[in-house]
Write a protein that binds this ligand. Structure first.
Ligand code: NI
Length: 172
């Protein structure tokens, strides 16, 4: 396993549409292990493959709270097969938009079909933080960041702050 570099906006690789995986084999499982390790190292609760520069439809998440045992979840080729009409706002952040947070409105519940690490088709009903997180991560597979749900003014303000912080970091 290895910790990979997490890309930061406005890296153009974050805007690309990810490709379907097809079969879940050892190479895909190894990639997902790297993604989980990278997510933990960055103290995130979710990570999509495009965020480490891999244009594949893979998402990993772990919503366990601090002090609770780790509970890594892996989703290959996830599809939303149902979404509630009811929407809820939730404050979101993203490892690719570091230290910035904003409220995004999304369907309150979704049902997601995906393949697990054994290449078995599964379905999961998501509500609460799980629903927010999986929709956020699946947006990454379409090249969409949470800031793309905001007004153009808010988005450019946030992206400017991120770029400034990156420049300061590079100059350290
Ligand atoms: Ni994100």
């Amino acid at each position: 396993m290895a910790v990979r570099e997490v890309l930061v906006a406005p890296d153009p690789r974050l805007k690309a549409k990810a490709k379907p995986v097809g079969k879940v084999d050892d190479a895909v499982r190894a990639l997902m292990d790297d993604m989980v390790e990278t997510m933990y190292a960055a103290k995130g609760i979710g990570l999509a493959a495009p965020q480490i520069g891999v244009s594949k439809r893979i998402v990993v998440m772990d919503l366990a709270r601090e002090g609770e045992p780790a509970e890594p979840r892996k989703f290959v080729d996830p599809e939303i097969v149902w979404a509630s009409e009811e929407t809820v706002p939730c404050e979101e952040g993203c490892l690719s938009v570091p230290d910035q947070y904003a409220e995004v409105e999304r369907p309150k519940q979704v049902r997601v079909r995906y393949r697990d690490e054994n290449d078995k088709v599964q379905e999961i009903d998501c509500d609460g933080l799980l629903a927010v997180c999986i929709q956020h991560e699946m947006d990454h597979l379409k090249g969409v960041l949470f800031v793309d749900h905001l007004s153009a003014l808010k988005r450019s303000m946030i992206l400017r702050k991120v770029q400034k912080a990156q420049r300061l970091k590079a100059a350290e």
